[in-house]
Design a protein around this ligand. Structure first.
Ligand SMILES: [Zn+2]
Length: 503
């Protein structure tokens, strides 16, 4: 996907169909070309680059171990120094107060290593996959959602991101208990009716309250609305409600239905996601059944947005048969509007038709380069990112679990440039895609986001000036278009700033 920058620039200008310069294709494009071959220079440049958003980020996995440790210590938790697993007080024999780690560098080091991929080296019987997913169980008791969100959202703001969709589970225990109380008999629609009769809708107000309290506590921690407001205050944060794919079908159905009902009731919750390791025995055995469950819920609850982890697999982790159809089923049965990971796409039956279908139906794939590297061992030329790009499938660069992976989103953009040769026009396009394929409501600014061709109301308008009336009306009515316009304004300003990024 190496389009020479000058040609791509001219192409974009021609396609934009107007004399107005395309934001990001002036001084920024020139400076990128000058420094792209120096990783340290590229890091500083990409950190300053205005960005769209992150569409694939699990709240607890995005928090760094250091923050979790402080939160757990403040909450009086205990820890088993051998397993590094945190648990509520009182501390049992052999455990220590988590707070002891703050004054014991060796314990602190062991906990940060145990709760992340830091210092991890795979050895016989111990894979990166296991270390990654086991970390969640070790630090789980220490997660304070509001503190974690403040950390993650502020990091996004400092990287000049405009938008975040954070995955979190709301009223997960209550939904599971309700689902477990009804016998599963194999018919998704009948089970959904039983859930409704059993009062699942009564969990929605509690879930809304949980979400609202989380937002409020996060914004208080960021000091939003005060003179000391942190950069995270400028990020539009929305939530994806999670359902776990490793539970029995009735519990998966209950969590997914509650997520859909919550999205319908709360404009800050914009979709639902099925999460947990795709290679888990239950997830593998129930995969197709879960797709039918989601289809039923999607079709019964108007407006449900679904993002599905699919193809987060590699040959050897699972038998070849498990690689044949997960992405295709997510797209064709599960009503997925976005695919998380999609690493195993070329191992699917009729992969080429699947790629064509995803491109035609504009089903985006969320690419997590570092996560795929440490969990699956898929990196560099083995990663299908260039295949997706060449096939015309919409791609967004996302992080998955930046705390566990010890990365940030800037790092993922950098990896895409260094490992896959992404050029500046492609990077710009992918940033625009992060807002285009967001589950944010409202009409798009773009007639075609690929070519930065705007809808007629805003065509040719200077994003650094007041928009014309018809464009202003669109921006006022559409949260999506308003953020897209703000990104264009940022990118136009970056054209002026980028040439000054030098020593
Ligand atoms: Zn994920």
């Amino acid at each position: 996907m190496r389009i020479p920058g000058v040609i791509a620039s001219l192409l974009l200008l021609a396609l934009a169909g107007c004399a107005a310069p395309v934001p990001g294709m002036g001084g920024a494009a020139q400076r990128f070309a000058e420094l792209r071959d120096s990783p340290p220079m590229l890091r500083a440049f990409l950190a300053r680059m205005p960005k769209g958003g992150d569409l694939h980020s699990h709240l607890s996995g995005a928090a760094y171990a250091e923050g979790l440790l402080s939160q757990g210590a403040a909450a009086g938790l205990c820890v088993d120094p051998t397993t590094t697993t945190a648990s509520p007080p009182p501390c049992r024999p052999g455990q220590r107060p988590l707070a002891a780690a703050l004054g014991d560098p060796a314990l602190h080091r062991a906990l940060v290593d145990g709760w992340s991929m830091r210092s991890f080296v795979a050895s016989a019987g111990r894979s990166g996959h296991d270390q990654f997913f086991d970390a969640f169980a070790r630090f789980g008791a220490a997660v304070d959602n509001a503190a974690a969100a403040a950390e993650v959202v502020d990091r996004a703001g400092r990287q000049r991101m405009r938008y975040l969709e954070l995955m979190v589970t709301f009223q997960g225990g209550a939904a599971r208990r309700l689902g477990a109380s009804i016998p599963w008999q194999g018919d998704p629609a009948a089970f959904r009716a039983r859930l409704m009769q059993a009062g699942i809708a009564r969990l929605v107000p509690a879930a809304r309250a949980e979400r609202a309290a989380l937002d409020q506590a996060m914004r208080a921690a960021l000091r939003c609305g005060t003179p000391e407001a942190r950069p995270g205050c400028d990020v539009d944060v929305r939530w994806l409600a999670q359902a776990s794919r490793t539970n029995p079908p009735g519990q998966v159905a209950a969590q997914a239905l509650l997520s859909a009902l919550l999205q319908q009731a709360d404009d800050r919750v914009v979709g639902l996601a099925l999460v947990a390791p795709e290679d888990h025995p239950v997830a593998l055995a129930d995969y197709t059944r879960q797709m039918h469950l989601l289809a039923d819920i999607h079709d019964a609850v108007p407006g449900t947005n679904i993002a599905l982890h699919a193809g987060e697999l590699v040959l050897g982790l699972v038998p070849p048969e498990a690689l044949r159809s997960h992405i295709a089923e997510a797209v064709r049965l599960g009503r997925a509007a976005r695919i998380g990971h999609g690493v195993a796409v070329m191992a699917e039956d009729d992969a080429f038709a699947l790629l064509r279908e995803m491109a035609r139906r504009r089903i985006a794939v969320e690419i997590n380069l570092s996560s795929n590297d440490v969990i699956l061992g898929v990196r560099g030329r083995d990663h299908p990112l260039p295949v997706y790009l060449a096939a015309g499938v919409p791609v967004v660069l996302t992080t998955d679990d930046e705390g566990v992976s010890r990365i940030d989103r800037t790092n993922e953009l950098q990896r895409a440039v260094q490992e896959h040769g992404l050029d500046w026009p492609t990077l710009l396009m992918l940033e625009r895609f992060t807002l285009e394929y967001a589950f944010l409501p409202g009409a798009s600014l773009w007639a075609d986001a690929r070519t930065a061709q705007r809808v007629p109301a805003c065509a040719g308008a200077d994003p650094q000036a007041a928009p014309p009336a018809a464009c202003a009306a669109l921006l006022a009515a559409s949260p999506k278009a308003a953020l897209q316009w703000a990104l264009e304004r940022d990118l136009a300003a970056f054209d002026a700033e980028a040439p000054t990024l030098r020593y």
